[in-house]
Design a protein around this ligand. Sequence first.
Ligand SMILES: Cc1ncc(COP(=O)(O)O)c(C=O)c1O
Length: 476
Amino acid sequence: MKEQEIRAVLDSIKANQMSYKASGYGKPMLETALVDDLARYECAGLTARRARSEDEVGVERDPIVIARGEGAFIWDADGRPYVDMGACFAVAAYGHANAELVEALTTQAQKMMHGMGDVYPTDTKVTFLKRLAELAPGNLNQALLSQSGAEAVETAIKMAQMATKRHRMIAFESCYHGLSYGALSVTGHSDAFKAPFMRRICAETTYVPYANCVRCAFGQTPDQCGFTCLRHLERLLRAPSSGCGDVAAVIAEPVQGRGGDIVPPKGWLKALRDVCTRNGVLLILDEIYTGFGRTGARFACMHEDVVPDILCLGKAMTGGFPLSAAIATPQVLRHWPLNTAEAIHTSTFLGNPMGCAVGLKAMEILERDQLAQRAAKLGDWLLSELRRIAQARRDIIYDVRGKGFMIGIEFADKDGTPRTDLALKIVDEMRDHGFMLLPSGPWSQVVSLSPPLMMPKACLEAFLEVFETCVLKIRA
Ligand SMILES: Cc1ncc(COP(=O)(O)O)c(C=O)c1O
């Protein structure tokens, strides 16, 4: 979008503040009808934070129904624009309806919409795999593709088990790796995700504290740190009585996303790599959230020159088409048996050519437009502005942290008691002012920002202005 058009949308957001309020001003017709149908035709438990099921009507907070997007904006069914401060789950890194991505997608669709997965590869898949290997760190150069992030995680677990002939996994408290059964078996984020399904979830995972220096599990301050959490992990790996024998791999997010935008201290990831190497276990890095520029480097592990044994990718890899990858070193994959009859791991849509075509274009845009560098620079500025705003509300803002365009503002009392109520109120208020955000953290106490990497500075400035007003006036 041209600068003038961006300004015009921002002006219309400002001018139409009243129309955002779902309650009190009456909901426009189109969206109301769609939300009624949603309540009727989709599992009521699915749409997050949906306030009603089929037989309940008139509840204040129905979800917004998104009708279209362009650049950093999305529009609801009744034509109201929002600034997308979360890039729709950190996916739309290159902006919504990016013309180059759309063209890549349509060109491929006209040529070949669907291929033969693992049996006969498409040319587009081969080209995509090659480029992915070129961009991946170190000798991570053989990938297995799938659709969702959770599938990439499950593939990585299979790779690790196959390579080590061991089964136990170590994962981190508050980590999020997806919600399908295999991915759930290494997800520590919330017991609520697992509780109904416990009997089918593999129990062979040990959870250890993450490098959360704001809420250190070992009660240490950052100056005392010395990576006590990693010493704890190493003790577990070495003590025969810890129940931690048989470990195939440690799985980690370089920055925890859904866990609350938690940024480990400098050097932690490298030290984690060393612990894994010293103890002969593999390191799986889940960069489904952090990958492709989000934290200000192409991959977050590159900030510390760390190369994992297996890297999981998804989300921004295509900017919107469901495609994910588990990419590993040849040393790991030489243990994967050759496919003589049926492949032991595949799926119908594996390496879908449209996903590969749009992924190739997305990687080109990321590098050409230096979007990671942009996120690093603007992210630093955004973080410092948010810290300035937080100064005035030290009574309710416990921490402001982030890396690149992955930022969290944690709401808690001074003694650390999470203030979920305030974080959710800010999310609601911001939406009522035309800014779309989501909460994160174990108690949903963190207001999370993961804007498109191309988000114009004018949008960020407009966001800061409204955010400051909301934060200053919110009652503790
Ligand atoms: C770090 C991480 N891993 C895995 C996933 C799961 O990806 P998907 O929702 O595509 O299955 C997510 C999703 O948010 C994620 O943030």
